[in-house]
Ligand binder design. Sequence first.
Ligand code: NDP
Length: 329
Amino acid sequence: MTYQPSTDRYDRMPYRQCGRSGVFLPRLALGLWHNFGSVDDYQVATDMIRYAFDHGVNHFDLANNYGPEPGSAETNFGRILRENLASHRDELFISSKAGHDMWPGPFGGNSSRKNLMASVDQSLRRTGLEYFDIFYSHRYDGVTPVEETMQALIDIVRQGKALYVGLSKYPPEQARQAYMVLREAGVPCLLSQYRYSLFERTVEAETLSLAAANGSGFIAFSPLAQGLLTDKYLQGIPPHSRAARATGFLKVEQVTDEKVEQARRLNECAIRRGQTLAQMALAWVLKDERVTSCIVGASSVKQLADNLQALQNMSFTTDELGEIEAILR
Ligand code: NDP
């Protein structure tokens, strides 16, 4: 049966202005790093995109290397769009990125102009899109001058291949420089994308305020610490979890006793708030005014539905915040 998006989809999601721009993004976006590749179930992937769109999630986050195999998440996403959302392109905000290993040889995995210009064309071909809404430098590679990478992003916008540009995981020093180069070229950084969760708070030191001071929005990735901030690992490692999958990026060694114990105590706190741990972890990331949005991953519609419920209770009492800090200390 032909998919018909729900007509009340925009009533279900709050949207937040992204930095100093006219773009309003959903508080929750869906990431396609895992579960959308050629090894995954295409029907489940389709159902998740439909469910997301039906609930106001109109921002989808990709990168050239998402899969496995690398590239296949973009290919699958393009097909899902054509089969389900072909007439809704202007309602969608779609990102891609380049900078991690993608093809063999010296040009296949850094932040050079050579890599970015080839990558954006490859990603457009795979998705079948005419343009990305935002194209990111996926990382600072430690070698390529920031000016070179930024000039490539600027030219990608000037060539009409992306509407906006973003930075991912740039250390503060390089981010500062990048914001300046982009601003002076009249292509300001729309979004800064970094890992941020109850378990990973490095960005609180400098990055969050640096992005805000430069007019960039901030989007958090892995807000559930790849699943550690859910109740799924409280009784061991379940067979179909990311930690158990050979292709998953969460390694068994990362599921430590300390993390599981903290998750157990956070889970008790979440239950007292009438939430699941996943919902509380998302609400906690989104409580910071500087956070525009966060990108969740999901391996089923059920998880996505659980996560979207976070939007029903996003405020914390001082006591709750104190209790959370004590658990994490
Ligand atoms: P999360 O921290 O949200 O982890 C998602 C995983 O947690 C799911 O795949 C699922 O794993 C589990 N999970 C999610 N919801 C629930 C739930 N309600 N109950 C139980 N388990 C749940 O995010 P990701 O690490 O997936 O990252 C999100 C996105 O961020 C990526 O898809 C990508 O777009 C972006 N990203 C960007 C990076 C960058 O370098 N810029 C790096 C990494 C991510 P399971 O398979 O175990 O069910």
